[in-house]
Ligand binder design. Structure first.
Ligand code: ADP
Ligand code: ZN
Ligand code: ZN
Length: 721
C-alpha cells in the first residue's frame, strides 16, 4: 500500500516553496517521525507532518519522490512539539521548516539510520550509568572546571537536599501548587527565587516517574552557580544543559537524553525552549525580563513568550517566570489577571536592600570620573575586606579617538560608528563589524601626533581606579586589587569562570565591569555597587530605555549586601550597610526617587500609565519590517513600496505603518539598514495583517525595488525600536 506523507523541510527563509512537501512511502509514518528526503539535488532531514493513504488533491503522483530513509530508531517528536513549531513559525512570520529544523541539533542532519542507532545505544548506556549515581552530562561539565568551579559556587549552597523554606518562600510554594495559571515570582534580589524553582521542580519530579522540567536562563556561562545547584540537587534525575556553547556532539547527546526522557531536567538558554521533552510538566524562566530571551536573527522569537504558550498547550504543564524586575509586559499580565503575581519582597536572612547614594556630577570638581566621596567609600570598604562593584556599560579604553587640530575621529570605514580604542594592545576596534587595526601614531588626516581619547570605557576605569587606590592597603597589608570583567577579559574559554571564582574567593577588592557583572550572581562579599555613568539611558529615544535602566540599577544593587549575617556584623560595628551609588547629572530625575525606595511597583505603574497614554506595548502590538541594502535609499525604497502596497488594507484593519527610517547604527560592515514600524492596538489583527503582508513582500522581492535589497525580515514584538 502506498502512503503519502507530507514532510516539513527547511527551505530558504523566504522561499516561495511550501515548508511541508509531499513524498511517497510504503509504510505509514507517524507525525513527528524524522526522515531523510530528497530536496533539490540533495537529501535533507525532515519531520513528518502528516501521513495519509491519499495523495493531496493539488499534487500529482509523477512529481512525488519517495522518502530516502526513515530514522525509525528514534521515537517521533510528539504532537505538542509540532504544535509549538507551527505556532512559532506563524507568530514570528517564518517558515515552519526553518523553525523546526533550527530547533533540532545540527548533528542530527548528518546521521544516517545506522549512525543514529549507534548514537542511541551509547546514549542509553550513559543514561544507565547516570542512574547509578554517575555524573550526568551537566555535572560532568561542572567537574571539568572542577577546582575553579567549586570555588565559584562555594559561596552558595550546593546542598543535595532542600533548604528549609523561608516564610515567603513557603507562601509562594503553596500558591504555586494551588494554581494552574502562569506565575510571576516577583522576588527581590536575594529573596531566594532559585530555591523556589528547585522545590517546585522537586515536587513535580517526584509526582510522576516521567515528569520533566525545563529551566531557562538568560546566559548559562554567567550563572555557573545556578547550574551547579540544579546538578547537585537533582543528580539522580539526570540534568542536561542546552546552549550554544556546547560542541555539536554534546548538544546532540543532551537533546537525545531529553527527547528520550532519560534527562528529566533541561537547563538551557533561549534555544532550549524548543527542546523535545515528551513529559514536560514545568517551565521556569529565570530573570524573565532579560532581553537575551529574544532572538535577534532568523526567527526572532521570544523564548519567554513561547514558554508561556508551550505550557498552555500541554495539559498539566506549569510555567513560572521569575524576576526582581519583571518586564512591563509580564507585570501588565499580572495586573489584568492573566498571570498570578507572587511577591517575595524580603531578602533571605533579612538583609536590607542597598541604600541609594546619588552623586550630583554637577557639583564635582571638573573632569571628575569617580567622585572623591565614592573613591573614599570604596577604599574604606576594601580596607575592611569588603568588595565593591563598579558598573560602566562600555568596554574598551575610550569610545573615540579624536584629533584636536583637524577634527579627525576614529570612525569605522565600514560602519556608522566610531572604532573603540583598546589600550591593552593599542588597537582601534569596531564593535560592530570587528575591524581591528593598530592605533595610528599620528592623525591620519593631518599628521598631528597628539591624538586624544574622548570618553571612557571599562579598561580606562580599571586603570584609573588602580592608580587612585594604589596608596591604600588592606588590613592584611596587601595592596588593593582591582579587576575587570567584560567581553574582552572573558573572551577565552575558562576566563569567565576563573574571574568569577577570584571574586567569590575574595581575591578581588574592586571589580569593574559592563552589565555582565550585574546579572544574577550570588556574590557574598560585595557591599557597595556603583553605576559610574548611567545617564545616557535617561533620555534615550527607545521607549524601553527607562525600564531597562531601572532594571539594570536594581539588579546591580541586588549584588550588594546579600550576606545577612555579615551585614548585621558590619552595622553592629557602626559601619555603613550595603549601598548603591549612582553618579548622575540629573539627580532629581523621578526614576531615582523610585530607585531610592526600591519601588519597582511604583516605577512600573507610572511607566504603564505613560505607555497606555501613548498606546505603546503592552497596550499595543508592534512589529518591524527591516531591510538591508547596499544603500540607505534602496533599503528605504523597498520599505516604502511595501507600505504603499499595504496602506489601504492597513487602514481598513486599523494598523498603523510609520515611515521608513535608518537604524540607529545605520551601516554595519558596509550594509545599510532601515526599518519600518507597524503598530496595532490588537495583537490578533496585527497577526492577520502581517500574514497578508508577507505574501505582498514575497511579490515585491521580484520587482526592481525588491531586487535592490540584500534581505528583509519581520521582527514581531521587537525589543529595540
Ligand atoms: P535570588 O535569585 O532571588 O536573587 P538566590 O536564589 O540566589 O536569590 O538566593 C540568595 C541566597 O540565599 C543564596 O545564597 C541561597 O543559597 C540562599 N537561600 C535561599 N533560600 C534559602 C533558605 N530557605 N534558607 C537559607 N538560605 C537560602
Ligand atoms: Zn588631525
Ligand atoms: Zn565597523
Amino acid at each position: 500500500m502506498a502512503y503519502w506523507p507530507t514532510v516539513i523541510v527547511a527551505t530558504p527563509a523566504h522561499s516561495q516553496l511550501s515548508h511541508a512537501l509531499s513524498y511517497a512511502c510504503d509504510q505509514e509514518l507517524a507525525p513527528g517521525t524524522l526522515v531523510r528526503v530528497p530536496l533539490g539535488k540533495r537529501d535533507t532531514l525532515g519531520v513528518v507532518s502528516s501521513c495519509g493513504t491519499e495523495l493531496p488533491a493539488n499534487v500529482q503522483a509523477v512529481n512525488v519522490k519517495p522518502i530516502s530513509e526513515v530514522l525509525d530508531g528514534l521515537s517521533p517528536l510528539n504532537a505538542e512539539w509540532l504544535q509549538l513549531m507551527r505556532f512559532a513559525a506563524k507568530y514570528y512570520q517564518r517558515g515552519v521548516g526553518e523553525v523546526a529544523l533550527a530547533a533540532l541539533p545540527p548533528e542530527l542532519r548528518k546521521l544516517d539510520p545506522t549512525q543514529l542507532a549507534r548514537r542511541l545505544k551509547r546514549n542509553a548506556k550513559a543514561a544507565g550509568e547516570a542512574h547509578h549515581g554517575e555524573a550526568t552530562d551537566a555535572a560532568e561539565q561542572v567537574e571539568d572546571t572542577s577546582r575553579e568551579h567549586k570555588h565559584a559556587s562555594s559561596s552558595s549552597d550546593t546542598n543535595a537536599t532542600a533548604l528549609e523554606a523561608s516564610p515567603e518562600q513557603a507562601h509562594a510554594l503553596a500558591h504555586i501548587e494551588a494554581t494552574t495559571q502562569p506565575i510571576l515570582l516577583f522576588g527581590a534580589t536575594g529573596s531566594g527565587k532559585t530555591e523556589v524553582y528547585l522545590q517546585t521542580a522537586a515536587k513535580l519530579l517526584a509526582s510522576s516517574p516521567n515528569a520533566q522540567v525545563l529551566i531557562l536562563v538568560p546566559e548559562i556561562n554567567l550563572t555557573p552557580q545556578l547550574e551547579s545547584r540544579f546538578s547537585s540537587r537533582f543528580a539522580a534525575y539526570g540534568v542536561v544543559s542546552l546552549h550554544s556553547g556546547l560542541t555539536p556532539a554534546q548538544r546532540l547527546q543532551n537533546w537525545l537524553s531529553a527527547h528520550l526522557g532519560a534527562a528529566r531536567i533541561v537547563l538551557g538558554t533561549r534555544m532550549a525552549v524548543f527542546a523535545s521533552m515528551p513529559h514536560l510538566r514545568l517551565i521556569v524562566v529565570d530573570e524573565e525580563h532579560d532581553p537575551s530571551y529574544k532572538s535577534q536573527e532568523g526567527a526572532r522569537y521570544s523564548a519567554r513568550d513561547l514558554a508561556v504558550y508551550r505550557s498552555h498547550a500541554i495539559a498539566g504543564c506549569r510555567v513560572l517566570l521569575g524576576s526582581a524586575t519583571p518586564s512591563l509586559e509580564t507585570w501588565h499580565a499580572t495586573e489584568t489577571g492573566r498571570y498570578q503575581r507572587l511577591a517575595m519582597p524580603s531578602r533571605i536572612g533579612g538583609a536590607a536592600l542597598p541604600k541609594l547614594r546619588l552623586v550630583d556630577m554637577g557639583k564635582q570638581p571638573k573632569q571628575t570620573v569617580i567622585a572623591p566621596a565614592l573613591l573614599d567609600a570604596i577604599a574604606e570598604r576594601a580596607q575592611r575586606g569588603e568588595q565593591s562593584l563598579l558598573l560602566l556599560n562600555r568596554r574598551g579604553y575610550a569610545p573615540v579617538l579624536s584629533c584636536g587640530d583637524c577634527g579627525w575621529k576614529s570612525q569605522c570605514p565600514h560602519c556608522s560608528a566610531h572604532r573603540v580604542f583598546h589600550k591593552i594592545d593599542r588597537s582601534l576596534r569596531c564593535h560592530h563589524c570587528g575591524l581591528h587595526e593598530r592605533v595610528p601614531h599620528a592623525c591620519p588626516d593631518c599628521g598631528n601626533v597628539d591624538i586624544q581619547t574622548v570618553g571612557r570605557g571599562t579598561e580606562q576605569l580599571e586603570e584609573l581606579l588602580a592608580d587612585k587606590l594604589a596608596k591604600h592597603l588592606r588590613a592584611d597589608g596587601h595592596a588593593l586589587r582591582v579587576a575587570r570583567l567584560d567581553a574582552d577579559t572573558t573572551r577565552h574559554k575558562g576566563e569567565l569562570t576563573t574571574q568569577l571564582a577570584a571574586m567569590h574567593a575574595g581575591e578581588v577588592d574592586v571589580l569593574v565591569g559592563t552589565q555582565m557583572v550585574a546579572k544574577g550572581h550570588d556574590f557574598r562579599g560585595i557591599t557597595l555597587v556603583a553605576a559610574i555613568n548611567p545617564d545616557g539611558a535617561l533620555f534615550a529615544s527607545d521607549f524601553r530605555a527607562p525600564e531597562r535602566l531601572f532594571a539594570l540599577l536594581m539588579q546591580a544593587a541586588g549584588r550588594a549586601g546579600r550576606d545577612a549575617v555579615k551585614m548585621a556584623q558590619l552595622t553592629a560595628q557602626g559601619n555603613n550597610g550595603a549601598e548603591l551609588w549612582v553618579q548622575t547629572w540629573h539627580p532629581t530625575h523621578p526614576l531615582f526617587a523610585a530607585l531610592a525606595k526600591h519601588d519597582f511597583a511604583g516605577f512600573t505603574t507610572t511607566e504603564l500609565v505613560e505607555r497606555e497614554a501613548a498606546m505603546l506595548p503592552p497596550f499595543a502590538s508592534q512589529a518591524l519590517l527591516r531591510a538591508d541594502a547596499k544603500s540607505q535609499a534602496a533599503a528605504q525604497t523597498f520599505l516604502n513600496q511595501a507600505r504603499d502596497a499595504a496602506n489601504a488594507v492597513a487602514e481598513e484593519m486599523g494598523v498603523g505603518i510609520y515611515p521608513a527610517v535608518p537604524l540607529t547604527i545605520a551601516r554595519v560592515a558596509n550594509v545599510e539598514r532601515a526599518q519600518m514600524l507597524v503598530e496595532c492596538a490588537n495583537r490578533a489583527t496585527l497577526q492577520k495583517f502581517l500574514a497578508q503582508w508577507h505574501t505582498t513582500l514575497h511579490e515585491l522581492r521580484a520587482t526592481p525595488a525588491g531586487k535592490a535589497i540584500i534581505r528583509w525580515a519581520i521582527d514581531v514584538d521587537p525589543l529595540a525600536i
